[in-house]
Design a protein around this ligand. Structure first.
Ligand code: FAD
Length: 427
């Protein structure tokens, strides 16, 4: 086994054998699986394949993983996956907070839409871990395997195609263009996926009626531990306990940001203080618009997730609405299913089209079920709340259903695991 170092993007990279990444810099680099995008989907897939000894190259366009206000919600499904590969306890050593339920304060009192305590799992909570720490943790773990290679600052801009098959990618690194040749290329490059566009795929979009403004407020002694929300009177506010601060999500009608901005920061502060009088004094900490991040809420899915030599997973295949905070967890479940289905084929260096189709078949239905659930909630509850100045009325029948042990736990089970549990094959 030959070992030598090459420098890509200014990074010291150790290549393993001629079969994995042994080509001189000017020539095409070779690997078995080239993954584009080191978000939750790409990073977890890379780790799972690296653990099985498969040569993997993970290309990330940014030089770090720093992301403000991204999916930080690690659900029981992801904690179980981490447990199956022996990483759960170490992951929980990272700074985090836990949400054991999702109570929402309506004008009629507190309603708990999801209570995770009742779930049969070692991890009956949502662990709030900054995504940047999660990605650093996963990629550091992957780096223990010599067949894994991470290239930061590598922006993929073209596919390598031969006879109708995708054979790899071209990326622009810090030191110029590079070509990577691979048996399989995986597009895990997120909601604005370039690979999706290059492959000629068009997503089917639904139009959620809302956007979200994210900002931080300081936490004070005596504040509640529990994350939660406020609903009613034309407003929706989500409050997530992030230990030293509150992460606030202010849900606004779709495209309403410019109007809110034109009305001024003072008006935004007043509106939120009215909704949350106990936090009125700390609204002064929001002094500039740059402290407020806008999430344009989207929901979409691809009719087809694959072509010969190419598979799309995570947000690249389906953008999830933030309702339930499932995006990161669905992206990771896609990665696990892709690794389960494709590992043996990648070892044999041949990935039949039917197995790429199998990944889509296994993941598409759960995705469509959750997107259906999110769409219904958005249209039937959230859009109505945003349009009406009146208090939200929750029907006594819904309250009755939520109190039934089995049925009342359904939202918690759906948010925690999705309609189908995903496990790592031969962990
Ligand atoms: C503001 C905001 C708040 C959110 N809040 C939540 C939440 O609370 N809970 C939740 O579950 N989800 C949330 N999400 C969604 C969640 O972040 C995504 O569902 C999840 O990160 C998807 O993972 P992914 O790996 O598929 O894609 P991404 O996380 O988007 O990762 C894609 C990666 O690909 C890289 N990339 C893109 N193009 C290229 C290229 N051409 N070449 C190389 N690399 C490339 C990107 O830099 C990125 O690192 C939020 C999203 C946003 C924008």
């Amino acid at each position: 086994m030959q070992e030598k170092d090459v420098t890509l993007s200014g990074e010291q990279v150790t290549t393993q054998t001629q079969k994995s990444v042994g080509a001189p810099l000017a020539d095409a680099l070779k690997t078995t699986c080239c993954i584009v995008g080191s978000g939750p989907a790409g990073a977890v897939l890379a780790l799972l394949l690296a653990r099985k000894g498969i040569p993997v190259m993970l290309l990330e366009e940014h030089m770090d993983f720093d992301r403000d206000f991204r999916g930080d919600t690690i659900h029981p499904s992801t904690m179980q996956i981490m447990d199956e590969i022996g990483l759960a306890d170490r992951l929980l050593q990272l700074d985090h907070t836990k949400a054991y339920s999702l109570p929402v304060l309506t004008t009629e009192g507190t309603v708990t839409f999801a209570d995770f305590h009742q779930l049969k799992t070692r991890f009956p909570y949502i662990a709030m871990i900054p995504q940047v720490h999660f990605l650093e943790f996963i990629t550091t773990e992957a780096k223990r395997y010599p067949n894994f290679q991470l290239v930061m600052g590598a922006r993929v801009e073209k596919l390598v195609e031969e006879n109708g098959e995708v054979r790899g990618v071209h990326f622009r690194g810090q030191d110029g263009w590079h070509e990577v040749r691979a048996i399989l290329t995986v597009g895990a490059d997120g909601r604005f996926s370039r690979l999706r566009r290059l492959a000629g795929f068009e997503p089917i979009k639904t139009a959620p009626p809302m956007d979200v403004l994210w900002f931080r407020l300081p936490r004070k002694a005596g504040d509640p531990e529990q994350s939660g929300g406020r609903l009613g009177g034309g407003h929706i506010l989500v409050m997530l306990n992030r230990a030293d601060h509150w992460q606030m999500g202010y849900v606004i009608p779709k495209g309403g940001y410019q109007e809110i901005k034109a009305a001024g920061l003072e008006k935004l502060r007043e509106d939120i203080a009215e909704l949350l009088p106990e936090f009125a004094d700390r609204m002064e900490s929001v002094q500039e618009w740059k402290q407020v991040s806008v999430l344009s809420v989207e929901s979409s899915r691809l009719p087809r997730w694959y072509r010969p030599g190419l598979l799309l997973i995570g947000d690249a295949a389906h953008v999830m609405s933030p309702v339930g905070g499932v995006g990161i967890n669905y992206a990771i479940q896609d990665a696990v299913v892709a690794a389960n289905v494709l590992t043996e084929h990648l070892k044999a260096e041949k990935v039949p089209l039917r197995d790429l189709a199998e990944v889509q078949r296994k993941r598409e239905l759960p995705t469509r079920i959750i997107q259906g659930f999110q769409n219904t909630l958005q249209k039937q509850v959230l859009a109505k709340v945003l349009k009406s100045d009146k208090p939200l009325t929750i029907s006594p029948f819904l309250l009755f259903l939520l109190r039934l042990p089995w049925l009342g736990n359904l939202p918690a089970r759906l948010i925690a695991f999705g309609p189908v549990s995903v496990h790592v094959k031969n962990p």
